[in-house]
Design a protein around this ligand. Structure first.
Ligand code: PLP
Length: 400
């Protein structure tokens, strides 16, 4: 019998690791590699947030806290939900965890029994299916392709729901596509959910503040108040406040679910870092002025990347509403050969050849459950992006 848990057999090794490992090897060998794989802003954490953390350390706020968050942070989160989303939550309905990732994981661990299904639109954030599998559930993938701008249609949602469905995971703006649902598009989905009262909604709003061109963000419990009692609205400070390393995520929802999540957290990691919690209080309560300033930079980069990728032979790149990703299709490159002799059979071969022959690292679409595509993160300098897109154009032009 293996020493390792049988649960591990249910989880696949991350397909993104192959690309990252190869990129690191090439970098170590002295090759000029441009990484477009990072899922974090290249901006520094704002000064006021750093100052709040330093003050917390000096004030001795360095001890254990309540397992799922200090009252000051829970209060700031309630105010944020009211201010930004028109949602009323009490502190007892709020859970704070070590990153958005732990919040989602706690919620799945707290609710899934063997055989329970979780509907996940594809392309999806790589962790959703594996977190569901680790928690003993079954991911049910519902395709949202380029033909619908990577947005799930009500028909596809309806078709994916069965009597065993426990959760629907909704992520807008999306990692990996940047697609964000308008109020009308989301209402069409919540109308379907209203017909299935046994299905709960896990809304991952991690990229809420990263939307462009006056796009108006909305979240399921706000668009359909009838879903409030079975929705967990998840968010965090990682992306909008450039705080990925601080590890603070949070969610609000029905109190029994929040209590169950607290039970799991109290027996695993206990409270998230006390200093980071005080930094998050300042992030949510302090000035929000840098968000539009950062978004101007992101929007400019998005527009440049979309234009340059669409100018590459065989690539079609939709313009997404938010996040800092684009998800171009390489349909027009399939079946061709690269100058280095790689037959581009699928997006994994494309990404590997692109890296080996041009030094540009992207993540292939199969990792996110929808091919043939790749994900570009434009959370890097304009100069890097321009150079990388030129190399992608040259690579595509050299395919025969
Ligand atoms: C869609 C989505 N949800 C959740 C997370 C997790 O965020 P955190 O770093 O706060 O754990 C990420 C991070 O990449 C993400 O892209």
């Amino acid at each position: 019998m293996s020493f390792l848990s049988a649960t591990l057999d249910r989880v696949k090794p991350s397909p993104t690791i192959a690309v990252t490992t190869l990129a690191n090897e090439l970098k170590a060998a002295g090759k000029d590699v441009i990484g477009l794989g990072a899922g974090e802003p290249d901006f520094d954490t704002p000064e006021n947030i750093k100052a709040a953390a330093k003050a917390a350390i000096d004030a001795g706020k360095t001890k254990y806290t309540a397992p799922d968050g200090i009252p000051e942070l829970k209060k700031a989160i309630c105010e944020k939900f009211k201010r930004d989303n028109g949602l009323d939550y009490t502190p007892a309905q709020v859970s704070v965890g070590t990153g958005g990732k732990q919040i989602l994981y706690n919620a799945l661990m707290a609710t899934l029994n063997p055989g329970d299904e979780v509907v996940i639109p594809a392309p999806y954030w790589v962790s959703y299916p594996d977190m569901v599998l680790l928690a003993g559930g079954e991911p049910v993938i519902a395709e949202a392709g380029a033909d619908t701008a990577y947005k799930l249609t009500p028909e596809a949602l309806e078709a994916a729901i069965t009597p065993k469905t426990k959760w629907f995971i909704f992520n807008s703006p999306s990692n990996p596509t940047g697609a964000a649902y308008s109020r009308a598009e989301l209402k069409a989905l919540t109308d379907v959910l209203m017909k299935h009262p046994h299905v709960w909604v896990m809304s991952d709003d991690m990229y809420e503040h990263l939307v462009y061109d006056d796009f108006e963000f909305c979240t399921p419990a706000e668009v359909e108040p009838g879903l409030y009692e079975r929705t967990l609205t998840c968010n965090g400070v990682s992306k909008a406040y450039a705080m990925t390393g601080w590890r603070i995520g949070y969610a609000a929802g029905p109190q029994p679910l929040i209590a169950a999540m607290r039970k799991i957290q109290s027996q695993s990691t206990s409270n998230p870092c006390s200093v980071s919690q005080w930094a998050a209080v300042e992030a949510l309560n302090g000035t929000q002025d840098f968000i539009p300033a950062n978004n101007e930079v992101f929007k400019r980069r998005r527009d440049m990347v979309v234009e340059m990728l669409n100018a590459a032979e065989g690539i079609t790149c939709p313009t997404p509403e938010g996040a800092f990703y684009v998800y171009p299709s390489i349909e027009g490159c399939i079946g061709k050969s690269s100058a280095g002799g790689a037959l581009i059979e699928n997006d994994e071969v494309f990404a590997k050849a692109l890296l080996e022959e041009t030094g540009v690292a992207v993540v292939f679409g199969a990792a996110f459950g929808l091919s043939p595509c790749f994900r570009v993160s434009y959370a890097t300098s304009d100069e890097n992006l321009k150079k990388a897109c030129e190399r992608i154009q040259q690579f595509c032009a050299s395919l025969s």
